[in-house]
Design a protein around this ligand. Structure first.
Ligand SMILES: *Cc1c(COP(=O)(O)O)cnc(C)c1O
Length: 390
């Protein structure tokens, strides 16, 4: 039987409508968007402009505030390194949170090696970062705050409009990693006072290898030192020939996500609740990681006490889920997000992340529920036989 994909917080398939929009730009409309002297270039540029306007409108931004990149990792690096370096004389203190994606945390580590001081905030037990904790961490030389909009492991939503309000009042820049939130939750950079915002195509049924960074152009005009140098593309902030098919794909993916957002939110939330109910019926001692309200639709993260998630996954080859742990080395570490929320290493290693998506069906949820329950039972039985177990 076809395996069931429930790892949409890691990546999503390209929507066939997105692919269709992209295809002409690989072949007949292959021009370089920077070629000003002929129709091939003009066509490519027009397509990039349309995508830029779509992405900007989805954020409440202006088209000239969108910088296309290779994905959220690059956007986050450009935002944090670029802004901190450009404003070094204004301050060298940066505030972020322990639940951020590695792209944010490791970039902050890099800033530390350049002499910046970084405060890493602890979340609450459900993975949320409060505006009060951000406020308490601000110092006279704080230059930049970076807190994600929605967490990729436990789905927790952060009060980013409140945080932006705090930083704005003090002349501190605010960046948010919206890789998970974009297209799924309302975002309004101008109404909320966000200065920098990162998104990724492949979390949104667009292609991998494309993303964008919103860079505020007014009140204040945010200056970034570029990370790569060259032809001065993207208003000098990101040189390099534009990935026209990818950018067209990101634009199409954005348009579809916005048009379908409210119906899709309701559908995914209902399916997610059904998954949780089903799992609970078969595994009554399971625990939920992250909030039940104010959560990314489609995300569920649950733990099975005394039952290593890697063993559970090994017993259900037909369901694709993940532990959400950082596999940057061969040694699987427990999730830094779950540990920051106060889970023990054992609880973190007993936790599984489910990410439901646009093409997930009720039948798949039924099958996956049965598979997970069967796998947890098998692992528990085996562990009991060898004297382990809860
Ligand atoms: C996926 C993801 C990223 C990285 O995005 P890429 O486009 O794969 O580089 C960063 N932050 C969050 C929250 C993500 O989910």
């Amino acid at each position: 039987m076809k395996p069931i994909y429930l790892d949409h917080n890691a990546t999503t398939p390209v929507d066939p409508r997105v692919l269709e929009a992209m295809l002409p730009f690989f072949t007949e409309d292959f021009g370089n968007a920077a070629s000003r002297s002929h129709v091939f270039g003009w066509k490519a540029e027009a397509a990039v402009t349309a995508a830029r306007e779509t992405v900007a409108a989805a954020l409440g931004a202006n088209a000239n505030e969108i910088v296309f990149t290779s994905g959220a990792t690059e956007s986050i690096n450009l935002a944090l390194l670029g802004a901190a370096r450009a404003r070094r004389s204004r301050g060298t203190h940066v505030v972020t949170a322990a639940t951020e994606h590695k792209a944010g945390l490791d970039t902050c580590r890099a800033l530390e090696s350049e002499g910046f001081r970084v405060t890493v905030l602890a979340p609450d037990s459900e993975g949320r970062v409060s505006a009060a904790s951000v406020e308490a961490a601000l110092e006279p030389d704080t230059t930049l705050v970076s807190v994600m909009a929605a967490n990729n492991e436990v789905g927790a939503l952060n009060p980013i409009s409140d945080i932006a309000g705090l930083t704005k009042a003090r002349g501190i820049l605010f960046h948010t990693d919206a890789a998970q939130a974009f297209g799924k939750l309302p975002l309004d950079v101008h109404a909320w006072g966000i200065d920098l915002l990162s998104i990724s195509g492949h979390k949104l049924y667009g292609p991998k290898g494309v993303g964008a960074l919103f860079v505020r152009a007014q009140n204040p005009r945010v200056r970034l030192l570029p990370l790569q140098h060259g032809g001065g593309h993207e208003r000098g902030m990101r040189s390099g020939t534009l990935d026209v098919p990818g950018i067209v794909g990101l634009g199409a993916a954005t348009r579809i996500a916005l048009a379908e957002r409210s119906a899709e939110t309701a559908r995914l939330t209902a399916l997610r609740d059904r998954l949780l109910e089903g799992l609970r019926a078969g595994i009554p001692d399971l625990f939920v990681n992250g909030p039940l309200e104010d959560r990314l639709p489609g995300n569920l993260n649950v733990g099975f006490p005394g039952t290593p998630a890697d063993d559970v996954m090994a017993h259900m080859r037909d369901v694709a889920v993940s532990t959400g742990s950082a596999c940057s080395s061969n040694e699987p570490e427990p999730s830094h997000v779950l540990l920051a929320m106060g889970r023990s290493a054992e609880e973190a290693k007993a936790s599984l992340r489910f990410g439901l998506g646009r093409f997930t069906t009720p039948e798949e949820i039924e099958r996956a529920t049965a598979s997970v329950i069967r796998a947890v039972d098998s692992v528990r039985t085996l562990r009991k036989e060898v004297g382990l177990g809860p």
